[in-house]
Design a binder for this molecule. Sequence first.
Ligand code: PBG
Length: 343
Amino acid sequence: MIERVMSRKSQSFSLSAYPALRLRRNRTDDWVRRLVAETALGVDDLIWPLFLMDGRNRAEDIASMPGVERMTIDRAVDAAKQAASLGIPALALFPFTETALRTEDGREATNQDNLVCQATRTIKNAVPNIGIMCDVALDPYTSHGHDGLLNEDGEILNDQTIDVLIRQAIVQADAGCDIIAPSDMMDGRIGAIRRALEDAGHKNVKIMAYAAKYASAFYGPFREAIGTSATLKGDKRTYQLDSRNSDEALREVALDIAEGADMVMVKPGMPYLDIIARVKDTFGMPTFAYQVSGEYAMLKAAAQNGWLDGDAVMLESLVAFKRAGCNGIITYFARDAAKALTT
Ligand code: PBG
């Protein structure tokens, strides 16, 4: 029977082409599309960044990031509770530092009672089951807005910066931070931070390396959010990756893995999907994308103008990261996406 069918078919047409093959068959209905889907986006894939500010029971809009606010710690606790009830696994905390606390050497970064450390302690206390990730870099704390220390010639000092980053990572881990996320792009910092965490007894604190972080104009709105757009002198091209490079990103990732990173990140996200795919294919590591502020702003602005369907492009952009190979995404859409995915 099968033979007869086969031979009749092969007389009339080749099995390897149309009309035997109609790829549209698997797209006819929602149920079959769901059945053959190669990737899935879920709430478990999301990390939600929060911007913190000093004070009580207050929030401020960030003009270039509609729908995103700077908030005081008590409000951040509310946000953490909401995130936990939506099933979002982790938050990433970023501080807006008062101008008076921004110095040439960024010493507020190592203050065990700085805004991020206080927020970490308070949130961990109120919502113990949500993961907390903290940025390690000096830019929210320096008067010049750079991630590292500068000499008189404006050069970013690699090794001296690492000494400060180690102390910053330790105060964050002491405060209860679960994932240390160095975003500074100094050479050798992952290994140095890993050793310091081990020495301090923080053996289970994870490191998510901003391994392939590009010098990008897509960070503009973030710099408004943390207040460095006004202060930043020059650009970050002497430490962040050149957007023309791809092999170099793999070398960065390889080094961070060798130095003890538990997870690696590519940043920005959507303009760098090729890098994400290469990183995942090459290393098979837990791999994350940071869908950065400028990506959020673009989609949001177009949606607000009625030019794009906001929810649809949000979900499509997040699925793209999963397709490229990401385990998860740091995204300002996390809360909205979690709602869209669970209703
Ligand atoms: C700071 C840092 C930046 C971002 C995350 N951590 C900005 C920068 O490097 O200038 C960008 C995040 C975003 O744009 O959403 N080291």
